[in-house]
Design a protein around this ligand. Structure first.
Ligand code: GLU
Length: 303
């Protein structure tokens, strides 16, 4: 069951989490996130949890999970055990998705990725204006799923076609009826400042798929609440996603944690590191003779 409300009072011990996806090798960027989480947990006298975000069976593999556990042990950061593995909690996410569906906030879309790209291009040609993209650069949903009748939806599902379950963004915002924000804190968990959240920039975000009754956005929000996470410390690349998370928290009646989005470690080309780049992978650096303290220094977290 997803609790309707898990109040996080200021006197509760802080709860932080590092939430990697086992779909590749951890790199220096992950190390920075681990150090940021551990440092804040230590400052606040809080708990540090590990969550394995493995809902995508096509990309996540047990050997990546084993390797990331080795990497974390090598970095010398202790997490509470057992780690929560998202693939073991799909029924919980499905409940949250069903609740949103019962509120009339979910529709099914049956277009392929290629079809959606073509639809966005067609809409742009029609209007003479670029079709909007989300903060990650993907075109906003331009398909006709939101307009399907319940019978059409059921028929398509019964036909066995793949589908995505999406949030009716406009409807969700109307239902909420008030502006959204989140509280961003500094590295010490102090100096709170309010950040306005605009989830509409993401359009009708995916909340689940035919084979998986959840998405990154939905499971992260459900788990942060279930695990009583008080401080979400993660990279700047997830800053914009927080707007969606705040909206889902409000719709599901979940508490809002504080957030800190830390700087990213950039590669020599100035871009965000990738899990497929061996040179900045923690295991490769370890094999090349680096120590955990070297890693701290490399990411500017030296002591
Ligand atoms: N699993 C996500 C990732 O590896 C991080 C989720 C989060 O910290 O909210 O990028």
């Amino acid at each position: 069951m997803v609790p309707a409300h898990l109040p996080i009072s200021q006197t509760d011990p802080a709860v932080l989490r590092f939430a990697p996806s086992p779909n590749g090798a951890l790199h220096l960027g992950h190390a920075l996130s681990v150090f940021e989480n551990a440092a804040m947990a230590e400052r606040l006298g809080g708990r540090l949890l590990l969550r394995i975000e493995d809902i995508d069976p096509t990309r996540c593999r047990p050997e990546f999970e084993a390797a990331l556990l080795d990497d974390l042990a090598w970095l010398g950061i202790a997490f509470e055990t057992p780690a929560r593995r998202q693939s073991e909690h799909l029924a919980t996410y499905r409940q949250a998705l069903d609740r949103l569906d019962a509120m009339g906030l979910v529709f099914a879309s049956f277009e392929s990725r290629g079809e959606l790209k073509a639809l966005a291009a067609a809409r742009a040609a029609e209007t003479g204006r670029d079709w909007p993209t989300d903060p990650d650069g993907a075109p906003l949903y331009a398909g006709r799923g939101a307009g399907l009748s319940p019978a059409e939806r059921a028929g398509q599902v019964a036909s066995g076609r793949p589908f995505a379950l999406r949030l009716r963004m406009t409807e969700a915002l109307r239902r909420l009826g008030r502006p959204l924000a989140w509280t961003e804190v500094d590295a010490a968990g102090a100096d709170p400042r309010l950040v306005a959240a605009d989830p509409s920039r993401w359009g009708d975000v995916v909340l689940g798929r035919k084979e998986t009754p959840t998405s990154y956005h939905l499971s992260v929000v459900v788990d942060d609440a279930l695990q009583g996470v008080s401080h979400v410390v993660r990279g700047q690349d997830l800053f914009e996603a927080t707007a969606v998370h705040r909206l889902l928290q409000e719709l599901l009646g979940l508490p809002q944690p504080l957030y800190r989005h830390h700087r990213l470690v950039l590669g020599a080309d100035g871009r965000k590191l990738s899990k497929s780049e061996a040179a900045t992978g923690l295991a490769s650096l370890r094999e090349a003779g680096a120590t955990a303290d070297d890693i701290r220094r490399l990411v500017g977290f030296g002591r």
